[in-house]
Design a protein around this ligand. Structure first.
Ligand code: MG
Length: 237
């Protein structure tokens, strides 16, 4: 079972999508809480750092309607212009044996549109979005281990039969801690080399394999021992 992250794993969200979501969140916070843009941005960043998602802080501390927040901050009338069909990605996904599920902290409507715009809807069994990561009365997105366990159970597979493909090392570390196999995708975004090295510092031992893009994923659902893994890894260049 392939669990595929969406943003910055299957497509580059850092150049246009993320800056616009951030701006929309700042606007939302500023308007809703009567803050300056600077205060709103600081709050947005603080919640993101503390909870892994700005949404969690907004729900917990300001009783904001989660669905309205997600809808208003992920409104992309021109999404199909920004995210374009990628035949190489489609080809790469079709090569992966077994079930393929998108696992994203983004909302379902946005994720569905990105998947369609990329032209990969036919390669994906389903999308697990932030709306379905709510249990015990609260949102528990990645890197929640409880959520990862729950998602695997819901999909009817043992965590050890899941491979999480991601650009965020913290999410991979959580997956690895519950017994999932993990692959770090390093090259979708145009992160400066020193930033990537910093990101990987200390975390590479917890990550199963590194590839530059989804096109470099191994065809087999499992691979050799740790030594072979290190040898096969595509290090960022
Ligand atoms: Mg990502």
């Amino acid at each position: 079972m392939w669990l595929l992250d969406l943003d910055n794993t299957l497509h580059d969200a850092s150049s246009e999508v993320f800056p616009r979501i951030h701006r929309a969140m700042v606007e939302f916070l500023a308007l809703e809480l009567a803050l300056s843009h600077e205060q709103a941005d600081a709050l947005r960043f603080g919640y993101w750092k503390r909870y892994g998602a700005t949404l969690l802080g907004m729900v917990r501390h300001h009783d904001i309607d989660a669905h309205r927040f997600l809808r208003e901050t992920h409104a992309f009338p021109d999404l199909e212009r920004i995210v374009r069909r990628d035949r190489r990605l489609e080809h790469a996904l079709r090569r992966l044996p077994g079930r393929r599920v998108v696992l994203t902290n983004a909302p379902l409507d946005y994720a569905t549109r990105v998947v369609r715009a990329l032209g990969i809807a036919g390669c994906i069994e389903s999308i697990v979005s932030i709306e379905s990561m709510r249990f015990a009365g609260r949102f528990q997105p990645k890197p929640s281990r409880a959520m990862l366990r729950r998602v695997a159970a819901r999909l009817g597979v043992a965590p050890s039969r899941c491979i999480l493909v991601e650009d965020t090392p913290a999410n991979l570390a959580a997956a690895r801690a519950i017994g999932m196999q993990t692959i770090l995708v390093t090259g979708t975004t145009r992160r400066p080399r020193h930033a990537m090295h910093r990101l990987l510092a200390g975390s590479s031992r917890r990550i199963g394999l590194q590839v530059q893009s989804v096109a470099h994923l191994p065809r087999k659902a499992s691979w050799g021992n740790a030594r072979e893994r290190r040898g096969a890894a595509h290090r960022p260049t």
